[in-house]
Design a protein around this ligand. Sequence first.
Ligand code: GDP
Ligand code: MG
Length: 684
Amino acid sequence: MDTNLINIINKLQDAFATVGASNPVDLPQIVVIGSQSSGKSSVLENIVGRDFLPRGTGIVTRRPLVLQLYNNKTPKVMPNAKGGDAPVEEWGEFLHLPGQIFTDFNKIRQEIANETDLKTGKNAGISPSPINLRIFSPNVLTLTLVDLPGLTKVPVGDQPKDIEKQIRDMIMKYITKPNAIILAVTAANTDLANSDGLKLALEIDPKGTRTIGVLTKVDLMDRGTDVIDILAGRVISLVLGYVPVVNRGQKDISNNKSITTALEAEKEYFESHPSYKSKAEFCGSPFLSKKLNMLLMKHIRNTLPEIKSKIQAALAKYQAELSQLGDPLDDESTHQSNMVLSIITEFCNDYRTVLEGKARDLSTYELSGGARIGFVFHEVFANAVRNIDPFDQVKDVDIRTILYNSSGSSPSLFVGTTAFEVIVKQQIRRLEEPSQKCIALVYDELVRILSQLLTKQLFKRFPGLKDQFHAVVVGFFKKAMVPTSKLVQDVVSMEANYINTAHPDFLSGHKAMAMVNDRLNPRPATPNEPKAASAGNRGSGVNLPTPNSAAIENAPSSGFFTSFFPRKTKSSVMEAPPTMLKASGTLSEREQVETEIIKLLIQSYFNIVKRTVIDMVPKAIVLNLITRSKEELQRELLRELYNSDVLDDLLKESDFTQQRRKECKKMIKALQKADEVILDQISS
Ligand code: GDP
Ligand code: MG
């Protein structure tokens, strides 16, 4: 085989081996076909340059031989006779004899013969089951050659009746592969027009782009005849042409004539023959090899652009990864502290950006950062507060009880006031729990943002730095939680502590009473409150109007209790208190009216407080947790981490990073080398 070709393939292979890929050039398989005893095995042997195939008269090759050549430069160390080591450059291995090394090529030939007999019997039987032989050598191309039984027509010995078809099918299996180069072998002393091999090849490869005609036994032609007409394409023309060869005859085989001697004799034959001597360079086994090499070369050239783009894609990938990994740090402390400083600055910028929703990679399918916190405030928290029903815990009976209890001995004028305040304050305190929960949810979101920011490559590179960042930032959040929690608690306490019945949105006593009267006795208007009644939602049936509807909010609300309770006491006769605290039975009409009025007022006031809390709690959290973290986190990080004592630990690269950087550099070097090799080939 052409050493130049071997070199190119080797270089490419070496380049790709470092990349972890196998042979990038998938070389064609070379398949020999032809009639029995036309000289197929002899031709193959000459191409490989070693004696190892059984050859001879009659049917010798009776099973396909798949011969895988491996270019290998590492000698095999074998024990020699004296117990020492003997390196071997060339050896063979059979697939059916794993681990057995054949250094004697005569033994390889013997094993092929034995293994053939084993499957087919000694009496000329055939088998499609291939024998796989691998040859390792520094002098061969990594390439597959296939030797096949010859085409025959009449069964002999143990051969089946349909031997012609069986062999034909066997051959078809190998030559139909588009990657196969077909060597169609015909003995020159037979009629080319009768060549079964050539016929079959042209059936499969009608354009003749992968068929080479080989004419053997030129030396056995009748005196005065030659193959000049065939070579000139005047008999059956082939795109890739014919090559005449002279292999060793049966006598040469019996005499153990070496391949080198045989090749010299072949050369001598063509150079001295009157018909061929003018074109001797286009004759013989070396020219056949050259032709094959040219075909392989063409194949490689065709594959080069694809290999080149593969190499360049890989190169770009590794270069990008290397720059992500960054350069290894020197130990100089100013360099290290600058690094930490810029990491802190960048982290804080990123943190603010995420919170403010200005991140460049804003997701389209998922809320992130600040938007998630907004969702906690406006959806989760606001809804939780809105859904608190003041009367899910306070039943009408309880209100009546409180009404009576709170009256005590004080004038009945204030009965309603106290009951109202007791119940409203109780309900307002219920807002404390969702408010504190809201802080916890926001905290979770902040930690989530932190974790996201810490997935950056830089923190993978310095795991110590990542741990410290996490600890410092989480610590900061926890510290900020304390005043936040206190402020939120105060917001709720402020509401619970002072009930502002003068709030402009609060329902007026008159209106409440009119609404209740309207509901309980649906008539045009109460004689006492014609105006209020007409202002109310008359005709709304049993449904109480919601106290925070716009009409009520805008109504004048002066003198709620004074406008309402004197009238109530006037209309009520003094009655004996119930004997039981929790009186059962139906409420009296007055009790019913009072209870409904109190409920209406509680609901009105509670809604005002809910709105305030929904508004104020997020503000408190933003002030003490979010804004503070945006403003003070950087200072905190600098204080804890920008400190020469800890720099070494912080900036210790992870093993992964160090390892990966080495790998990337190695890959880049190998790929650049491979790229050069390809460039040489393309431009040569
Ligand atoms: P296969 O059956 O096609 O594989 O043919 P072989 O390679 O086994 O060869 C068949 C016989 O022909 C052997 O005895 C060879 O020595 C002989 N032979 C093959 N090629 C030539 C040649 O070019 N010249 C001469 N004189 N004999 C050859
Ligand atoms: Mg053979």
